[in-house]
Ligand binder design. Structure first.
Ligand code: 13P
Ligand code: SF4
Length: 398
């Protein structure tokens, strides 16, 4: 575990066995994972009618000492308190640009809070209102697995000519691995620029941990073929790929995916086109390639918002991304017909962990002088992760 969280356990607290249910409830620790770290503290009742007033009072009491960042997938009740909203790239920049704030309250998921801690000064404290807000995609690449994979590339004789490009949605340990091995971080809004940079540094890319963002960017933006890509499965010996295929590949894609965006299917696109004639389909690049090629446009969360904001009044849009954002777009742009690409509800369950009770609890605790749910990354990991993050921030157009 490269990042730690700081909370005083309540007296009599016994660290329970990390059963799947306790992890899901955020009541147990799993030190090897992004999710399911304990979240002690007396939370206000969700039914408390004063929650908005309480959170407002706490924020006012903290004044300029606190800066609240909100990812676009957060609930409306939380976004209402954000000083700035954005995708993961914009929020990383915003965190780095607020040296005056003593507390950065990150309404997003664990890996984003880690990145904020890496990019902010030692005098600043990053707080994640619910420690169970992890990311299943980030958990699909463990540092031991990635180091094993790199050893495989060394044995095959291609590590020296391979550049790791790591999606922001990864643990700090994987970002540090990337920094140590001449690689860069990317986000969904700058993956193309990052990959172009990487291909100037080496012959091939090891793309971690989202195979879909890697494949979509390589094939749809850089003009590589699907055959240029191989999927490295960390659970299989040698990644389940022959040494010849690894040597020939331009993109070695880690077998990871987003459980939210991975749900959209090509059938969803066909169905919505039938239901809404003339509809424009826009999807996030974490969607599968079979879905992305059927869409009219692809965009990061920030890109989706900009595209829809600039669209003609009266135009119809089916959006393939997290439902909190799609619902917000629909209410912000009533002059456009905005619908969710899938017929079934699809929220990111870990993003949704940050709710008004957790937010109020975190803000009141800070206002009362109790630092809770701090996310810190150990200095060595932070140093190398920052090397990789700084490479990304220095890319043209970043
Ligand atoms: P972006 O915010 O970079 O678009 O990423 C989407 C996402 O899945 C965040 O967890
Ligand atoms: Fe992780 Fe996907 Fe949720 Fe983003 S939307 S936090 S990638 S599971």
């Amino acid at each position: 575990m490269t990042s730690t969280t700081h909370n005083e356990p309540p007296s009599g607290w016994v660290d329970p066995e990390p059963s799947p249910l306790l992890l899901l409830l955020g009541q147990a620790s799993d030190t090897g994972s992004e999710r399911g770290v304990d979240c002690p503290g007396a939370l206000p009742a969700p039914s408390d009618p004063d929650l908005v007033a309480r959170a407002t009072r706490a924020k006012e009491a903290l004044g300029g000492r606190v800066f609240v960042l909100g990812h676009h997938y957060q609930r409306d009740e939380v976004v209402a308190f954000a000083d700035v909203t954005g995708d993961s790239f914009k929020l990383a920049r915003e965190a780095a640009a607020r040296p005056e704030a003593e507390f950065i309250v990150f309404c997003g998921v664990h890996f984003m809070a880690e990145s904020a801690d890496i990019l902010t000064g030692d005098h600043q404290k990053v707080v994640l209102p619910d420690l169970a807000a992890g990311c299943s995609m980030a958990d699909m690449a463990g540092i031991d697995q990635v180091e094993d994979a790199w050893r495989t590339l060394e044995e095959v004789g291609i590590a020296d000519s391979t550049i790791p490009v790591t999606y922001m949605n990864s643990t700090a340990a994987i970002k540090a691995f990337t920094g140590r091995n001449r690689g860069t971080i990317c986000t969904s809004s700058n993956a193309e620029t990052s990959l172009k940079w990487a291909f100037e540094q080496g012959e091939r890319v090891l793309f971690l941990p989202d195979q879909h963002l890697g494949r979509n960017t390589a094939v749809m933006k850089l003009g590589l073929s699907l055959d240029d890509c191989v999927v490295f499965d960390p659970r299989k010996p040698g990644g389940g790929v022959t040494p010849e295929r690894l040597r020939d590949a331009r993109m070695i894609l880690w077998r990871g995916h987003c459980s939210v965006h991975g749900r959209f299917t090509p059938q969803n696109v066909d169905d919505v086109r039938e239901r809404i004639p003339g509809v424009n389909v826009i999807v996030h690049p974490e969607c599968r390639n079979e879905v992305a090629v059927k869409a009219d446009a692809i965009g990061s969360t920030e890109g989706i918002i900009k595209t829809i904001a600039a669209a003609e009044p009266g135009s119809a849009w089916a959006v393939g991304t997290e439902l909190n954002l799609v619902k917000r777009l629909a209410s912000q742009f009533p002059d456009k017909r905005i619908s969710f690409l899938d017929k079934t509800v699809c929220y990111c369950s870990t993003m949704n962990r940050i709710d008004l009770p957790h937010f109020t609890w975190a803000m009141e605790s800070l206002a009362e002088g109790r630092l809770v749910n701090q996310i810190t990354v150990d200095p060595d990991t932070a140093h190398w992760a920052r090397v990789a993050l700084d490479r990304m921030l220095a890319l043209p157009g970043a």
